[in-house]
Structure formats: C-alpha cells, structure tokens
Ligand binder design. Structure first.
Ligand code: ADP
Length: 212
C-alpha cells in the first residue's frame, strides 16, 4: 500500500528489530546485561532501547500500583509499547522481573511468537541478597517492603526461555556476550558476532579443523 513498514526500516538500518525480554530476580543482572548489550551494539551502529522500571514506571505507567490487576495492565502497556518500537526498527531490551508465567505468555502471544526472545537471567536468591545493589532485599527481609519477589512473593522460572544466562557462572562481559550471540544466531545482527578474542580463536581452530 506504499506505506513505509518495518521491513523497510530494517533494510535501512541493516539489522532486524525485535523484543528481548529479560526476566529474573531483582539483582540477578538484567539491567546490567541490557545496558552492556546496548553499549556494544550502539558502537556497531545497531539501534536498541532499554525499557525498565525507571523509564516506564515513572512515566507511562505512573498511575499503576503493584496490585495484581495493575501489574497486568503494566505488562500489557509495555508489550504494546515494545511492539511500536519493534515496528520502528529498534531492538528492545526489556528488563522486568516478570515472575508470573501468564504475564510472559501474554507478551509472547502479543508478538505471535515472532521477533520475541525470552531470556532468563538466572541467579540464586542467596547471591541476589548478597549483591543487593539497591538495598531492597534488606528492606524486604526486614518487612519494610511487602510482597517482594524472592522473599515474600514467588518467582516462577520460565520453562520456555530462548536463552538462560547464569550470572553466577559468568562474569558481566561473558553474560553480555551470551545475549549478543543469541541476537546474532537468530539473524537479527548478521556479521557482528566475533567480539571476544578467545571465542574468535576457538572459531578459527574449528574452521581449521574443518579444512584439515
Ligand atoms: P537487575 O536488573 O536484575 O535487578 P542489576 O543489573 O541492577 O540487576 O544488578 C546486578 C548486580 O550484580 C550488579 O551490581 C552487577 O554488577 C552484579 N553482577 C555480578 N555478576 C554479574 C553478571 N554476570 N551479570 C550481570 N550483573 C552481574
């Protein structure tokens, strides 16, 4: 119909767009990884945007509480906003605890399984409590904050994650690399995978083996 569409924008940008949804306990590393990936991709001319509690809860969704019904509406709006970003040609990195499978399913369904990648940023509750970068666990354990995920509210780990990043087993750089690799392997950012020199060596070795 002659209108500019997502495919046109993807062609202009020389990369595809999509929604990467990072789920996991608070202090697991979602935000650190999202911003790390954004920095790497930005340097290579890939358009990304991080959505998180800071830029969503304080603006678009500031009228919503943490009650179950409002949590649902929170997710619905984030999913719809993500759809617009993806249509605009952006790789969205959404960093939200999202403890409930039904909420994650809702997002997947909104994207009809297309251009949607669920990433479980995995970390034990013990390590999250030890990290506690914002002092939230201390407050939750002290009963000052109620219904805190992992302490006084449940977290249901996904069984349908496209990628699991264990942030106790990997440092920040390796964790970032895991997610960049996913985007490469799914064809969103062709040709810009091999940042990690040790990985490049491994690849060269594998290629050499193939030749010899
Ligand atoms: P979340 O967004 O899941 O609440 P944050 O990214 O805000 O978590 O905090 C994670 C904390 O854990 C940071 O202080 C970060 O430096 C630390 N950290 C240690 N190892 C990792 C890792 N492999 N990936 C991400 N963060 C890590």
């Amino acid at each position: 119909n002659g209108q500019t569409n997502r495919a046109d924008r993807n062609t202009l940008n020389k990369h595809k767009s999509g929604l990467v949804w990072l789920t996991g306990l608070s202090a697991g590393g979602k935000s650190t990884i999202a911003h790390g990936v954004e920095k790497r991709l930005f340097e290579r001319g890939v358009r990304t945007y991080v959505l998180d509690g800071d830029n969503i809860r304080h603006g678009l969704n500031r009228d919503l509480s943490f009650r179950r019904e409002d949590r649902k509406e929170n997710i619905r709006r984030i999913a719809e906003v993500s759809k617009l970003f993806v249509d605009a040609g952006i790789i969205v990195l959404a960093s939200f605890i999202t403890p409930y499978p039904e909420d994650r399913k809702f997002i997947r369904d909104t994207f009809e399984g297309d251009h949607f990648y669920l990433v479980h940023v995995k970390c034990s509750i013990e390590t999250c409590i030890r990290r506690d970068p914002k002092g939230m666990y201390a407050k939750a354990l002290g009963g000052i904050i109620k219904d805190y995920t992992g302490i006084s509210a449940p977290y249901f780990p996904p069984e349908d994650a496209d990628l699991i990043i264990d942030t106790e087993a990997h440092d920040i750089e390796a964790s970032v690399q895991c997610l960049v690799n996913l985007l490469h392997d799914r064809g969103l950012i062709p040709g810009i995978k091999a940042f990690d020199p040790s990985e490049r060596q491994e690849k060269t070795r594998a290629e050499q083996q193939e030749i010899t």
